[in-house]
Design a protein. Structure first.
Length: 331
């Protein structure tokens, strides 16, 4: 299926992103970050790991906007991982250079993303509902206004929480449970544990092998040595997977161990496993030249995770909002 057209203001052109565009996009994001304050910094290698993968069709699912002299001023991606539970999830990401905002570029990119998202839904899973979602930090009022005007609705709030790696709580021991670093021979077991742990979570899905490798343990920022598994009788009961962005460390002057996934099998909850693996992971990070630890929590998390993280000294640093358009099944 041909992708939807992109109607830009006069003087701008668009084309699909190519692998060698990652340098220009990383530079664009670095400039935009000074205004948008998301706390995120992406290197060209980080972008390559996500975009040059099985999950993205660069020709159909991405657009790069340039001026007549070739200056890159914006981009957009429309990415839909193959697995889902309640609704087929299509993720809309992009940015426009601050000095070029207010000229209709962002509006055109978002219209293209919504049209492309509808195409993906119709092409791949017309039998199911779909959810087209743009993530907007509360520090990005212009983007919030843009998605609101396009008719998207704010449906979920997520807190990015941080704590310094000082005054750490003492390591905890759990009867019959070993806390061990992640090892690659357990990668598949951890994937299956993650799928089981997140069955009740908003927007979660059964992560297939390809998605797991691209979005989780295959990311170049993944740090197996800082990740912790809780193992009982040879079985993984819980985990905290850690990521360190060297691009963020270079930009901020502080290295953070970010716990991208924290989970416990439903049958093992109530035994203090989450607290134990997080504390162990914080100690591991502090011993490896990390100054802070971070994580994200759904404000409506059904497991009471927010209270747990606050009890461990984490505090909200930023808030992001999922703005979505829901599409009904087509068949």
């Amino acid at each position: 299926m041909d992708s939807a057209p992109l109607a830009l203001p006069d003087g701008f052109s668009a084309r699909p992103i190519r692998p060698d565009d990652v340098v220009a996009v990383a530079e664009l994001l670095a400039v935009a970050e000074a205004v948008d304050d998301t706390g995120l910094h992406e290197s060209p290698e980080d972008l390559t790991g996500l975009w040059v993968s099985e999950l993205v069709d660069l020709e159909q699912d991405t657009r790069l906007v340039s001026t007549a002299d070739g200056t890159v001023v914006g981009y957009a991606t429309t990415i839909a991982p193959p697995t889902f539970r309640d609704a087929y999830g299509v993720h809309l990401q992009g940015r426009v250079l601050p000095e070029w905002r207010g000229r209709g570029i962002g509006r055109a990119l978002l219209a293209w993303q919504l049209a492309r998202g509808a195409e993906l839904h119709a092409d791949r899973h017309p039998e199911s509902p779909a959810r087209l979602t743009a993530t907007v930090y509360t520090t990005m009022p212009s983007l919030e206004a843009l998605v609101r005007r396009a008719g998207l609705e704010a449906v979920r709030w997520f807190f990015h929480m941080e704590r310094p790696l000082t005054d750490l709580p003492p390591r905890r021991s759990l009867d019959g449970i070993d806390l061990v670093p992640f090892s690659w021979d357990r990668d598949e077991e951890v994937r299956l544990a993650h799928n089981a742990a997140f069955t009740e979570h908003y927007g979660s899905s059964e992560r297939d092998v390809a998605s797991w490798q691209v979005m989780f343990t295959g990311m170049r920022t993944f740090r197996p040595d800082l990740s912790v598994l809780a193992v009982e009788d040879g079985e993984v009961l819980g985990y905290a997977l850690a990521y360190v962005s060297e691009a963020t460390a270079a930009a901020s002057g502080s290295r953070e161990s970010y716990f991208g996934q924290i989970g416990v099998l439903p049958a093992a909850r109530g035994r203090g496993v989450s607290k134990a693996v997080i504390i162990e992971a914080m100690h591991a990070a502090a011993a490896q030249d990390c100054q802070t630890s971070g994580l994200e929590v759904d404000s409506e998390n059904v497991t009471g995770a927010l209270g747990l993280y606050e009890s461990l000294g984490f505090a909200t640093a930023r808030t992001q909002v999922s703005w979505s358009r829901r599409l009904a099944p087509l068949s």
